[in-house]
Design a protein around this ligand. Sequence first.
Ligand SMILES: CC(C)(COP(=O)(O)OP(=O)(O)OC[C@H]1O[C@@H](n2cnc3c(N)ncnc32)[C@H](O)[C@@H]1OP(=O)(O)O)[C@@H](O)C(=O)NCCC(=O)NCCS
Length: 167
Amino acid sequence: MSNLTLCRTSGPPAFSVRPALVSDIEAVSRLDATNANAPLRETSEFGMDRWREYFKRYGTGRPRRHFLVATTEAGCVGFALGEVRTLDYTSAPYACVSALFVSPSCRGNGVGTALFEALCARFLGDGARNVRMMVPCVGGAETPMAFCRQLGMKTGGYIQFEKGLSA
Ligand SMILES: CC(C)(COP(=O)(O)OP(=O)(O)OC[C@H]1O[C@@H](n2cnc3c(N)ncnc32)[C@H](O)[C@@H]1OP(=O)(O)O)[C@@H](O)C(=O)NCCC(=O)NCCS
């Protein structure tokens, strides 16, 4: 599989999708800082250190883990990362999209779809036959839900339970 996927050659911003490089970390971190959903996370301290750590875990060469960026001539406009999991009570390997984000100024141009499809092609190559993505139930869930449905995703067969932990 070619590492570089050219996604658009005319019309609104031409972009391509490729595996993230260490030199993309700063741009990804800056892009992530524009995420309006950041307060929904358990911590908003997603700075450069956090993204360096993610690159170590998901960057090029990690088995069954992928970290992709979408770029235009202007630079990084989106990123996606995820992995194929096998050590779970479900027997078949399945893939999880851990993060998928497109610059607010570049949305509606197919960048999110291209990132998702590029991840899925890699997941398929890793043996996964199912892909999962969590979207928030509150705080502007409409867009990610519409996005997932457009990708052909459906509500999964599990309900997520969670509980805060304290010492
Ligand atoms: C969700 C997100 C990744 C979509 O990125 P994008 O590049 O705008 O998506 P695309 O242009 O590929 O859109 C694909 C489809 O999603 C749906 N969609 C995207 N944005 C939408 C919006 N604001 N309202 C309704 N539907 C929308 C549409 O059906 C669209 O298809 P169409 O253009 O043919 O109508 C982007 O809005 C984002 O980064 N949001 C914040 C982070 C997030 O929610 N991540 C995903 C879940 S964790």
